[in-house]
Design a protein around this ligand. Structure first.
Ligand SMILES: [Zn+2]
Length: 329
């Protein structure tokens, strides 16, 4: 499998030929499923047709950032945005999952997608189904109207102080509210998928809880998933997702193996099917073809279902095509 932004299409008014050509290339090296990014696909009807004619299955890849109409993004006073920028070199303002409008819109838009494309896509794929990076939300909790109202109920006031951010009871409640809000979306999407005979798959953060992390730019942390409202182990245990593709894009072989083994341990005996992500090129860097070959062999040797490639350029260079093809023989 591979994630696909379909960025290779140049003739955007008539994308079929380029899409079909790329599908044929992918099929020839043994890719069976493409997970297409709904924000960039240009024309999903044409994409599905090109895939079907080449015997490739399609999953529709959505994220809260692209799948909420008129999103309520998280709110901070300007002084806190500036502080975040100073400390981390970035300001991120994704939709706040605690805001009911965002949940309702994400669910409604997914229902439309499922009803229109069931049969042409085989699955809904949830990516970045979480709050912003733990690193940024830990020090700068959202102050939108919904978050303030929740705090008013549970704490008696709306804005957290520096001391509050160190109080275990408050930290627990903040995480619990986030996890509940995002779990609500996941469960609703799962019900929509079931109703339309689709599977629900997801991209899981590489750092579930206590795994090695990279906090430097441009990664800003690989989780921990549980601090971002994305408890994918719990979701798997509860049957809320059908398959989990972990984003193990490490370029350091020792880290890749360590994280892979941890994911296997976490999901052993759990409900969801597990496929390991492998980074060809991501924000974590590029893995050379021989390294990708080694990673695929590890995944095979461990008896996993398969792997999912992430490649930000979408088109595999010939050296990578050769490696993927060889692994299928
Ligand atoms: Zn909020």
């Amino acid at each position: 499998m591979c994630w696909d932004h379909a960025r290779y299409v140049k003739n955007t008014s008539r994308p079929y030929d380029e899409m079909a050509r790329e599908m044929a290339r992918k099929k020839a090296i043994g890719i069976e499923t493409v997970i297409v990014y709904m924000a960039e696909v240009i024309n999903l009807d044409v994409y599905c047709k090109a895939a079907a004619e080449n015997g490739i299955a399609v999953q529709a890849w959505i994220t809260p950032k692209i799948w909420i109409s008129n999103p309520v993004t998280r709110f901070l006073p300007e002084a806190k945005w500036l502080e975040m920028e100073k400390r981390h070199g970035i300001r991120l303002s994704s939709p706040c999952p605690n805001h009911p409008h965002n949940r309702q819109s994400m669910i409604a838009n997914t229902m439309k997608l499922a009803e229109e494309y069931a049969g042409r896509v085989e699955a809904i794929h949830l990516d970045a189904i979480r709050t912003e990076n733990a690193l940024l939300t830990r020090d700068f909790p959202c102050e939108c109207e919904a978050c303030r109202a929740l705090r008013k109920r549970f704490l008696g006031y709306e804005i957290l102080s520096e001391d509050d951010l160190k109080n275990p009871g408050i930290i627990y409640k903040e995480l619990d509210l986030k996890n509940s809000s995002i779990s609500e979306i996941v469960q609703a999407v799962k019900a929509i998928a079931d109703k339309n005979n689709l599977r629900l798959t997801m991209a899981g953060r590489a750092n579930y809880l206590n795994q090695p992390d990279i906090e430097k730019a441009p990664v800003w942390g690989l989780g921990p998933a549980v601090m971002e409202g994305q408890d994918w182990v719990k979701w798997s245990d509860n049957g809320w997702v059908d398959e989990i593709y972990t984003m193990n894009y490490h370029t350091d072989k020792t880290l890749f193996t360590r994280v892979l083994n941890e994911h296997i341990r976490l999901l052993r005996g759990s409900g969801a099917g597990f496929y390991s992500g492998i980074g060809v090129e991501s924000s974590m860097g590029k893995n050379q073809p021989e390294q990708v070959a080694e990673y695929i062999q590890k995944v095979k040797a461990l008896g996993l279902n398969g792997c999912v490639f992430f490649n930000k350029t979408d088109v595999f260079e010939p050296e990578y095509e050769a490696v993927i093809k060889a692994s299928r023989e």
